[in-house]
Design a protein. Structure first.
Length: 327
């Protein structure tokens, strides 16, 4: 886990604080995740707004901020019934942490340049992730590693990773091949979702059971057990199933265009202003994804670079936001 000393370099207003020597002595090194979350809250001026841009909920973000304040011995935000307000020292620290953020990116780019990482990586993902969730995240990867080509393979059937047809796989299928190494397991949370056009035309469902009176869209490969059984039973009982597909991407497009209500990853609302996630009796379903590779490839530098990037920037980066949350 990356840790940084906040007070190195030009500290500006920070050094004008009362009891600064005690603060500098006691603060030690700081967790970069806490600093990164601080930046998100400072930029949005709201714990709630920051949670909408991250895979972290509001209470988790609040705990990270409290931990950072304890490490610094400072109050970064004033909490009031009307919201939070950044303190003067918080404003001063924003510039410092932003500078650290820029330096981290420069270090990553320099390391990639020095290592001379290059070559092709074959990444298999479902077409929904490959076509929708992954592309916005790849710009930064290619900035860091301009010599690497990613060959993204999408299909409804996962190729056998043991056959070496792919280098890395991100799949909802639990890996079983003995040569497969599980690198991370994460969950995607899905909830009922509809377009503003659909809701204006057909109204808002009052609760989950009210979906029986609405047009529904479904995915052929959604599970039928656990929490999913309630959705499967609704599809079975409904007389208004308007659209069924084996494509997550196509299901999303149908939903965006007002065909009906479907289950969508909760993060989609932050990218699609026309879509609304519906809270219907708290119903949510979870889909596990396994990030895997062949055991002989996991330490190849270019492949390790993409593995680490997916884990940090696609799964867990609280600034980038994502449909995933650690399982």
């Amino acid at each position: 886990m990356a840790r940084f000393n906040l007070v190195s370099g030009n500290v500006g207003e920070f050094l004008k604080l009362p009891n600064r020597d005690a603060k500098l002595h006691n603060m030690g090194t700081l967790d970069w995740d806490n600093l990164r979350i601080f930046l998100s809250v400072a930029r949005t001026r709201s714990f709630n707004a920051a949670s909408r841009k991250t895979p972290l909920n509001q209470s988790t973000i609040s705990r990270h901020i409290l931990k950072l304040e304890r490490e610094l011995g400072l109050t970064l935000f004033n909490r009031t019934p009307r919201g939070i307000y950044i303190t003067p020292v918080g404003e001063a620290i924003i510039e410092l942490v932003s500078d650290i953020e820029g330096r981290v990116k420069l270090i990553e780019a320099r390391v990639a340049q020095e290592m001379g990482l290059s070559g092709k990586i074959r990444l298999w993902v479902s077409e929904g992730i490959g076509g929708y969730w992954l592309p916005p995240r790849l710009k930064e990867f290619h900035r860091r590693y301009p010599g690497i080509t990613i060959e993204v393979l999408c299909s409804t059937e996962m190729p056998a990773i043991g056959s070496r047809d792919v280098d890395i796989s991100l799949s909802w299928h639990k890996p079983e091949h003995p040569d497969t190494v599980v690198l991370s397991v994460n969950s995607m949370t899905l909830k009922p979702c509809a377009s503003l056009e659909y809701l204006d035309t057909f109204g808002h469902p009052k609760n989950f059971n009210d979906l029986i009176h609405h047009r529904l869209c479904d995915h052929l490969h959604y599970p039928k057990d656990g929490a999913w059984s309630r959705w499967a039973d609704m599809i079975e009982a409904s007389r208004h199933v308007a659209y069924v597909t084996n494509s997550s991407w196509a299901l999303g497009e149908a939903t965006k265009n007002g065909v009906g209500i479907s289950l969508q990853p909760v993060g989609v609302q932050h990218r699609e202003p026309n879509l609304r996630i519906l809270d219907l009796d708290g119903f949510a379903a979870h889909l596990k994804f396994w990030l895997t590779c062949h055991r002989n490839l996991k330490d190849v530098p270019r492949i390790r670079a993409l593995i680490n990037y997916i884990k940090s920037e696609v799964f867990r980066n609280p600034i980038a936001g994502t449909a995933f949350a650690p399982d």
